[in-house]
Design a protein around this ligand. Structure first.
Ligand SMILES: Cc1ncc(COP(=O)(O)O)c(C=O)c1O
Length: 452
């Protein structure tokens, strides 16, 4: 077998303190933007003190009594946590001997951050990569993918046209040279988030409120992040897991389809790796609220302070969020109200990436609205964050609602050659627990092959 540059195990991504101290020291000294393979060991939610990177949102912003804790994905190498699923899928293929350096080209179907992660990881691990994505995403995404040396294969449309990238990938897979890191279908994405993100969420609330998680909100793209909910429920069985969708493209809630502005989510499908058994609620968030909310957090320092947010907190948040983060935050506030959560309760959500890839989205917003002076931002602060209502939330814990999700999944995946029996197996939690337990098998193999 050709030499594979190995990175961390699942355990080391959750607990970077378990990495060989010499490697950890080198990794901490590296710039996460740097194309140095040691950065594979920075794929973690934790900082140099082994604490989860997070922000507890100021209550003056959220307007609710409970604590809303946001895990920050911006600190991952390549600038988003999607590098984790990209690495996990590639390394599992390497140890399974189905992906071989020098022989295979890696395909990354994506709407952006996963593609960026694939391009980055393939650069570090010395694979050629092709990122297949729609041609109307934020221009910062294409720039990064090119900078990391991957080829771009663009399909028409935006976030809502991700199905075209899957069809294109399906075609490219006919070439035996190509191997797809199929984030919507492959379980390493689930394993990464259930183990690494889920347990990091559980650690992140230690010492906050009652130290438990009452609710976890995440807007699915691949629904990998939602896998964290499975682990959260093991620790806190009362936790409610909530999938958020754009109001303009609510496929899970009502089969709806439409264009929307929240890049990374709302991909018009129930992904294969979405464990719908554990999705308790679906809630809708309006897309332009997320873009306007991002403008307020990024450019509205005076407005935030005027409304009681401490200046240092406002400065801390400025560059930490992207459009989908605001969606996750709005969803968290919505659910806090709906579930009537109090000061002891914690809602956890995720910032997949930071502001660095949304300048062009904000410029577009400024073009559309013509005026974004402080008095406009002041109105948006109230409209977007403080006036959030409890509308557009549906309870998905009933058998009838679950059945709708199973059917959506069948509609989306039988056409790609998956068998009914496989989809039926996903109706049992045993399937997900069995898949999750494979992390131990992969960790052993990674450690063994790393030594050779
Ligand atoms: C900006 C952004 N937010 C949210 C998501 C959704 O995360 P997941 O694919 O884990 O559901 C993605 C996925 O690519 C993303 O890029």
């Amino acid at each position: 077998m050709s030499k594979i540059p190995f990175g961390p195990t699942y355990d080391e991504m959750l607990n970077p303190s378990h990495v060989d101290p010499k490697i950890r020291k080198k990794a901490l000294a590296a710039n996460p933007e740097e194309l140095d393979p040691v950065n594979l060991f920075n794929i973690t939610w934790k900082n140099e003190n082994n604490e989860v990177n997070k922000i507890v949102l100021p209550k003056e912003l959220t307007g609710v009594d409970c604590n809303i804790v946001v895990l920050l994905g911006k600190y991952f190498p390549s600038g988003s946590h999607k590098v984790g699923p990209a690495y996990s899928t590639l390394i599992e293929g390497c140890v399974d001997n189905t992906i071989i350096p020098g022989k295979h080209t890696i395909l990354g179907p994506s709407t952006g951050n996963f593609g960026i992660g694939v391009a980055y990881i393939c650069n570090l691990m010395k694979y050629d990569a092709i990122v297949i994505m729609p041609d109307n995403m934020s221009k910062e995404r294409y720039e990064r993918i090119r900078r990391y040396g991957a080829e771009l294969d663009l399909t028409p449309g935006t976030e809502s046209d991700v199905i075209l990238t899957l069809e294109r990938t399906f075609k490219l897979k006919e070439n035996p040279k190509n191997r797809s890191l199929a984030q919507f279908e492959l379980l390493p994405n689930y394993r990464f988030h259930r183990h690494v993100t889920g347990n990091s969420c559980i650690e992140a609330v230690k010492g906050i409120g009652n130290g438990r998680i009452a609710c976890f909100t995440s807007a699915p793209g691949s629904a990998g992040t939602l896998g964290a909910g499975d682990q959260i429920k093991k620790a806190f069985p009362e936790a409610k897991v909530v999938a958020l969708e754009p109001y303009e493209c609510s496929t899970l809630m009502n089969g709806g389809r439409g264009q929307h502005r929240i890049e990374g989510i709302g991909d018009k499908m129930c992904t294969l790796i979405h464990n719908v058994i554990n999705t308790d609620y679906i809630a809708l968030v309006k897309d332009d609220d997320c873009v306007r909310g991002l403008k307020v957090v990024h450019d509205g320092l005076d407005i935030l302070v005027e409304n009681g947010v401490k200046k240092e907190d406002a400065i801390k948040m400025k560059d930490m969020f992207g459009v989908s983060t605001i969606c996750n935050i709005i969803g968290a506030i919505k659910m806090a109200k709906y579930l009537k959560l109090g000061p002891n309760d914690n809602v956890v959500t995720i910032a997949t990436d930071g502001f660095d890839r949304y300048d062009s989205v904000i410029q577009d917003l400024e073009r559309r609205y013509l005026e974004t002076a402080d008095y406009v931002l002041s109105r948006w602060f109230k409209d977007v964050f403080r006036k959030i209502g409890e509308e557009d939330i549906v309870d998905y814990r009933t058998d009838t609602q679950k059945e709708k999700l199973f059917h959506q999944k069948e509609k989306d995946w039988l056409k790609f050659g998956y068998k009914q029996e496989y989809l039926d197996a996903m109706r049992s939690m045993d399937f997900w627990d069995y898949e999750y337990e494979k992390i131990h098998h992969y960790d052993e193999l990674i450690k063994k092959l790393r030594k050779e």
